[in-house]
Write a protein that binds this ligand. Structure first.
Ligand code: NAD
Length: 495
């Protein structure tokens, strides 16, 4: 049996869990509402999901608080908590096919990317944060001899994790793993476009021995379940990944409620600067991957390609050839390199940006519409525009689709000025063989992530997050653990 047939047969048997997960049980919503989740490759419904709203959020937060106060998790010995999270990592690996199928059917990304990327990286995220648990040290400071001053770290309490649809399982792992590792209880609100894999995660937590109430999932819409969670008076932190627009709302909700802590990982419009002396073939390969991987639905997508005038035409020609590696296709076929966009709405939005580029005078190099014969799914062709100006809409706004914009420049200073002319500051790259240029530009660029002669490289130690309106806070990395803990000063008077 070929692999595509095998994945289709497995997909036909998938029966996603549909209920909310509160206090260790799969439950219906208080008002029994439902919403439908669709397969973006076919337009067919996948499941009727239980739709939580404010009343369900309240039950989940109460369960999380009860569990937190009981100390079953928050005061568990570090080694025991580590062992349970290691088990979670192993169980994710054991259920790799199920996770991959759920996210493939819900979101449309290719099954190969899921089995080779999202799923093992999610397991690794739990492994990494488990490893940090007994590495959190307090401190005794150098005070006067009349006192003993200890700085200790404690969990925050109840953490609300609100996640996007572009990497459903992996974004949940990035948010939930550090929160749990730090000893908090969690309520997760997944994106309504991709609600299924979070519930398999819930089943796995129970199997691994995470006590009831420590991890809860409330599916539902952003404006009711998400908003209720972010406004809840008994939530201590919102850990958010999503759009800049909603990230800003999270900060407002915090101010309107109990001043809960907020960390946000938001959008981007990341520049890749290709200098005249760059290794052009390698730069082209990474540029193509940087904008077309995951259909361009990547926060750090290298969507602005700033190319030195001396290699500009050659870059565009090579890009057009290299881009043929990305062909829209069936996400369940392991050979597929590009799936459909997540929803019809997202497809319409991306096609709208393509129209704006055409009407504002950018020159279309490849793509520019829907692929023929694939009307059932939300497909968009891999698209490249050249002669893009900084002022054009496609150079300023996050498209979140497979649309690259090539902008020419004359000097390094000009390239940095264009790169920094953005409300965002998430990813960036510099392609040059000159060490001085690379270091100088890395200092000048306003971005949380700077890649030199590569793109999207990294590991769990890498602080992931942005400058400016790409958010405040970091994912992955040790610092993230500390962002899920309180700092307490204990001052002992020794007389
Ligand atoms: P989104 O902001 O629309 O939704 C994100 C989450 O917020 C969803 O769970 C949604 O239900 C919820 N939400 C929406 N409105 C809400 C409201 N009024 N109150 C409370 N919750 C609300 O984002 P999206 O479309 O799901 O994801 C795409 C965005 O995510 C892109 O901008 C992308 O750049 C960003 N993203 C950033 C990173 C990063 O690490 N910086 C990673 C992945 C995605």
């Amino acid at each position: 049996m070929n692999d595509t047939k095998r994945w289709h047969e497995l997909a036909a048997k998938v029966k996603p869990e549909t209920c909310l997960f509160i206090d260790g049980k799969f439950v219906d919503a208080v008002d029994s509402q439902r919403f439908t989740t669709f397969n973006p490759a076919t337009g067919q419904p996948i499941a009727e999901m239980v739709r939580g709203n404010a009343a369900d959020v309240d039950l989940a937060v109460k369960a999380a608080r009860r569990a937190y106060k009981s100390g079953v998790w928050s005061r568990m010995a570090p080694r025991e908590r580590m062992d349970i999270l290691y088990r979670v990592a192993r169980l994710i690996e054991d259920h790799a096919d199920e996770f991959a199928l759920l996210d493939c059917l819900d979101m449309g990304k290719s099954i190969s990317e899921l089995t080779g990327g999202d799923v093992p990286f999610s397991a690794l995220t739990f492994q990494y944060f488990a490893e940090t648990i007994d590495k959190i040290d307090g401190m005794v400071t150098n005070t006067d001899r009349s006192a003993l001053h200890m700085i200790v770290r404690e969990p925050l309490g109840v953490v609300a994790c609100v996640t996007p649809w572009n990497y459903p399982l992996m974004m949940a792992a990035w948010k939930v793993a550090p929160a749990l590792a730090a000893g908090n209880s969690v309520v997760l609100k997944p994106a309504e476009q991709t609600p299924t894999s979070a519930l398999l995660l819930a089943r796995i937590f129970a199997e691994a021995g995470v006590p009831d109430g420590v991890f809860n999932v409330v599916n539902g819409y952003g404006e009711d379940a998400g908003r209720a969670l972010a406004l809840h008076m008994d939530v201590d932190k919102i850990s958010f990944t999503g759009s800049t627009e909603v990230g800003k709302l999270m900060m407002v909700y915090s101010g309107q409620s109990n001043m809960k802590k907020v960390t946000t990982e938001c959008g981007g419009k990341s520049p890749q600067i290709i200098m005249g002396d760059a290794d052009l073939d390698t730069a082209v390969t990474y540029a193509v991957n940087g904008i077309f991987t995951n259909q361009g639905e990547v926060c750090s997508a290298g969507s602005r390609l700033l190319v030195h005038e001396s290699v500009y035409e050659e870059f565009v020609e090579k890009f057009a050839i290299e881009a043929q590696r990305f062909q829209p296709g069936d996400p369940l076929d392991p050979a597929t390199t590009m799936g459909p966009l997540v929803t019809q709405e997202q497809q319409r939005k991306v096609l709208g940006y393509i129209d704006s580029a055409k009407s504002e005078g950018a020159k279309l190099v490849i793509g520019g519409g829907r692929p023929s014969g694939m009307d059932a799914g939300n497909y968009v062709q891999p698209t490249l525009f050249k002669d893009v100006k900084e002022s054009m809409t496609i150079a300023r706004e996050e498209i979140f689709g497979p649309v690259g914009a090539v902008i020419p420049f004359k000097t390094g200073e000009e390239a940095i000025a264009i790169a920094n002319n953005s409300i965002y500051g998430l990813g960036s790259s510099i392609w040059t063989k000159d060490l001085n240029t690379a270091h100088r530009m890395a200092r000048d660029i306003e971005a949380g992530l700077v890649w030199i002669n590569c793109y999207e490289h990294g590991d769990m130690t890498q602080p992931w997050g942005g400058y400016k309106q790409s958010g405040q806070g970091r994912d992955k990395c040790f610092e993230t653990m500390l962002a899920h803990m309180q700092t307490k000063s204990v001052w002992i008077n020794l007389g």
